[in-house]
Design a protein around this ligand. Structure first.
Ligand code: PLP
Length: 389
């Protein structure tokens, strides 16, 4: 199989698995226990915290382990709203992951106002509109995605965070797709909270982290045994934490070379398809995007039918967000960029990883070319079902 859906999830790195293995078997202690087995687990958790902090240029005590990116995002927003109960507004964008968007919808149902900043046709944010919204007052928290999961478009989050800090407003970023893919130096930017997820960087599913600047107050979301320095109760997922720590260490190594290689393969893929299939377009800013992500529009091709055809040829990619794939909803992110539903339905996301090879990309190009040509050679009415609405 040629796996090209790494923004949905990534395969476990063998070195991550090797480091996790003892904690699944012999070293099963509870990190809160005082005897040797417990201390062994505590030491491993501390080491992982250190490694995650190093990847982000943060301090170890700022890292709170959670169960996933979604939990981190929910926690960050909850904390911000609890800290500023008289501020009844959340400032976010129209291109957030559902973990943010659905959380905002919940808080809207509780009487909050959510201001969603729009993006342009390349997925970029209007910084003047952001500045204006910041000045309108009543904001408890800003929550903005760093790198878009569907298009890979990168927002200038350090600048946005600086502007929020200057306005005295709490700033959270969903960095689930950014961590490990772009350089992050939290000590150099006033990002108050950052959410990340292990399974996007070759750690297992079910582990995430919320990084909270130590100068910022915080209100927990989950209460209980007081783990994570009273900030996230529940017995630690030691195996997952160890895996995330190792993945963070690996993400720092060869960062430049790895990113260059992934970009080279992504660009090769795009260039070959743009040449072979006239009319193909890239969704998202051509440069301000993650090196691993390609979101392509193939005119006249039903995206879902194309995915099935590619799957039959052993190629796994997706229509956009993993959470909406299979649901038949055209991408809301592409629609937020001003594209019609029709274009959203004719677009496909391909996302590479450190494990993607040149041979795989060349095979993928051949398969895409063959499949897309087949669709485009038949009349639109027989190009597969196009759902309305
Ligand atoms: N935010 C973004 C940008 C994502 O891509 C995802 C996962 O697809 C999430 C949040 C949610 O992360 P998790 O799957 O760990 O809950």
């Amino acid at each position: 199989m040629i796996y090209l859906d790494n923004n949905a999830t990534t395969p476990l790195h063998p070195a991550v698995l090797a480091e996790m293995e003892p904690f699944l078997t012999s070293s099963f202690g509870n990190p809160s226990a005082g005897y040797k087995l417990g201390k062994e687990a505590r030491k491993a958790v501390d080491q992982a915290r250190q490694r995650v902090a190093e990847l982000l240029g943060a301090r170890p005590e700022e890292v709170i382990f959670t169960s996933c990116g979604t939990e981190s995002i929910n926690t960050a927003i909850h904390s911000g709203l609890e800290l500023f109960p008289s501020q009844k507004r959340i400032l976010t964008t129209t291109v957030e992951h559902s973990a943010t968007e659905k959380t905002c919808q919940y808080w809207e149902s509780q009487g909050y106002t959510v201001t969603r900043l729009e993006v342009d046709s390349q997925g970029g944010l209007d910084v003047d509109a952001y500045a204006k919204a910041l000045g309108e007052g009543g904001i408890a928290l800003v929550s903005i995605i760093w790198a878009n999961n569907e298009t890979g478009v990168i927002f200038q989050v350090p600048d946005l965070a600086r502007m929020a800090a200057e306005a005295g407003i709490l700033f959270h970023t969903d960095a689930v797709q950014a961590v490990g893919k772009i350089p992050i130096h939290l000590q150099e930017t006033p990002i108050h909270m950052l959410s990340l997820s292990g399974h996007k960087l070759h750690a297992p599913k079910g582990i995430g982290a919320l990084v909270v600047n130590r100068e910022i107050r915080f209100r927990p979301f989950i209460f209980g045994g007081g783990q994570e320095n009273e900030r996230r109760s529940g017995t630690e997922n030691v195996t997952g934490i160890v895996g995330l720590g190792k993945a963070a260490e690996l993400a720092r190594q060869d960062f430049e070379e790895r990113t260059r290689n992934v970009r080279f393969l992504r660009d090769r893929f795009e260039a070959a398809l743009l040449e072979a299939l006239p009319g193909t377009e890239i969704n998202g800013h051509p440069e301000h995007r993650l090196a691993n992500t390609s979101n392509l529009h193939f005119p006249g091709v039903d995206g879902e039918a194309l995915l099935v055809m590619l799957d039959e040829r052993g190629i796994a990619c997706s229509p956009g967000s993993a959470c909406s794939s299979g649901a038949g909803h055209p991408s809301l992110v592409l629609q937020a960029m001003g594209f019609a539903k029709e274009r959203a339905k004719r677009s496909i996301r391909v996302s590479l990883s450190r494990f993607t090879t040149e041979a795989e990309i060349d095979q993928a190009v051949a398969a895409f070319t063959e499949c897309v040509k087949r669709f485009q050679s038949v009349r639109p009415s027989s190009a597969g079902p196009v759902r309305q609405g």
